[in-house]
Structure formats: structure tokens, C-alpha cells
Design a protein around this ligand. Sequence first.
Ligand SMILES: [Zn+2]
Length: 190
Amino acid sequence: VAVAKLKSEYGTFDITIYQEINKDCKEHVFISMGDYRNGPVRIHSECFTGDVLASLTCDCGSQLHQALSLIANERKGAIVYLRQEGRDIGLSEKIKAYYLQQNNGMDTIEANLFLGHKPDNRNFHQAAWILKDQGFKKVHLLTNNPVKMEYLKLHGLDVDVENLQGRVNPDNYKYLYTKKIKMGHKIKLD
Ligand SMILES: [Zn+2]
């Protein structure tokens, strides 16, 4: 629905906005640089606390900024930024889940289930549609989440994966441990 240039500390990107055709009208973002189809690609789900507030509770912000600097270094690549906050339960539900983790000893999955959500409500169909709309046949994907690769393959895209290791710290260790053990993420923990 909209395209422009975006100058950032990482260089100049092209920014394209896609809007879902349903009642939510969610706006997803495609940010690209240079010969982007031949550069690294990050599919990133919105995380207000991690991406904007530099939260240490998860690894989202560090993964987003690592992807931006990898793309800037190679002067090519893209990020699909999906508006599915808190594994798509929304910001207020995510903060309720944080409260349960902080005060009731639950892990991230137990908290989501307690609140009546699925452990992970996200899907990556939109990402596949956006990448195909942008002319991708093959995707060099930056991720530690095997599910993203499966979604792209489902849509007929060739995928090779480069592991993207977010920053591990004492505050997100349990969260990352849960994602590794219960959700199959390929995360290196000491
Ligand atoms: Zn996060």
C-alpha cells in the first residue's frame, strides 16, 4: 500500500508496507537494501518491549539489530517485519504473561496456556506471500526457528538457513531455554 526510501543509522533502505485484507488490517513491513534477493533475510515478529525498549527479557531486539547490521555490511538483504506482537497474543496479554512468569514461577509457554492462548499463535504465511511478491525464489534466512523455514517451503520457496543467535543474558536465559527445549529453537546456551 505504500513505498518510500528510509534513511537509518544502518544505511538507506527501501520500505514497503503491506496491509492484510481482513478486519484487522494489520500492516506488515518489508525493508530492503540493494540486491536484496541475494542477501540475508530476516522474518521478524514485532516485539515492542524488545525492539523499541531494549528489554532484556527476550532476544528480539538483539536479533533485529544483528540482522540490520548484517544487511548493512553486505549492502543487500531484507527484513519482513510482521505485526504479531507477543507471539501474536498482543501486548497486554504478553505483559500479563510476564507477570505470571515473574510472580507465579511459570515459563513462557505455561503462562500463555494459563491465559488461554496457544504457546505460539504466530504464522508465517504473510511472510511467504510478501517474499514471493518481492520476487524471491530462494531465501537465505537468518533465524534459529525451524518453523519459519517450514512455512516458506510450504509456499514453494527454496530456503537455506543461517543461524541467528540472539544475545543471551541472565534475564532471558530461562525464556531462551524454554524456546530451545519446548519449541525446538536452535539456540546455543552455555
Ligand atoms: Zn521479544
